[in-house]
Design a protein around this ligand. Sequence first.
Ligand code: SAM
Ligand code: SF4
Ligand code: SF4
Length: 348
Amino acid sequence: MNEPRLSAIPAQVPTHSRDRLGRPLRDLRISVTDRCNFRCVYCMPKEVFGKDYQFLERKELLTFEEITRLARIFRELGIEKIRLTGGEPLVRRNLEQLIAMLAAIPGLDLTLTTNGSLLKQKARALKEAGLKRVTVSLDSLDDEVFMRMNDVDFPATRVLDGIEAAAAAGLAPIKINMVVKRGLNEHSILPMARFFRKQGHILRFIEYMDVGHTNGWRMDDVVTAREIIAMIDAETPLEPADANYRGEVAERWRYKDGSGEIGVIASVTQAFCRDCTRARLSTEGKLYTCLFATNGHDLRVLLRNGAPDREIHDAITAIWDRRSDRYSEIRTAQTAKLQKIEMSYIGG
Ligand code: SAM
Ligand code: SF4
Ligand code: SF4
């Protein structure tokens, strides 16, 4: 198809639009698959995501070309960073090809969040394709606890092998995400902090969130960022560190002895909506302006109906201009029960 490239868009068109709360569009998370080889109890509980669960069909998924075309348009709109996610992004076949296509877009910071299960085999190819760094999710070093959380008997040692392979391939700095759920893995907080301080990777603790509507979230299950910081500080004193940039999701803390840093993502107890510059693109091409959205905007229909870049560009701008999401700031027990989009579909 012969369509105008973005360079053809007249210069007077405002590209860095701001939403109703004055927030620019800076980051895009792209979910490349709704499938996963884990069944983490807080994300894809087996009772819901069982044998009969209907995942998207192949033809419904955006192709690599479609994803790349949208990524270019988003880049024109001011996006600086793209994070690939899922589901488990590394289960999407030939993901390296997509990485190479996205890495060719100038000025884009490209990264990926993975459960680490396939990283040992894939780290080198991902690096060679142009990926800069990775975030690996790991909720405990204790196999028994970790297996109870991933619910597919996957041992922590194999994720650690993946992390080692990523470091060896130069996918650095590596960040480790640990979701903490009360009664499941709060005893793993200190062993994880000790281990990754030695390894030199940045461990970030994530408050358990009420994403989707299948994980049976209750506020009582949230181990708060304050509790986590207090626990670690009592063993190895910490001091607050400045954010790397405005809108950084993780609050940074440094070990006073200079041995490294950790982060806490307090999306439940200290909402950071006012600086939220993130949009999310689902596997089938729906654009969501909040992790807790109930509806997305269909961009695939524009792509597949032959819309020129210009029209897609304007559609995204119009969606962002109307945005007023601030779910975490107004969360209540009632909003937690809303029929929200699942995290495994929209990407974390
Ligand atoms: N499968 C990949 C992984 O696990 O890293 C990428 C997708 S996953 C949905 C992205 C991130 O969301 C992971 O770090 C995961 O731990 C986090 N996550 C999933 N469900 C969550 C919940 N209910 N509360 C907080 N974080 C959650
Ligand atoms: Fe899969 Fe990641 Fe969700 Fe766990 S958190 S079930 S690894 S998508
Ligand atoms: Fe952004 Fe929505 Fe999360 Fe607030 S609740 S930080 S608006 S994604």
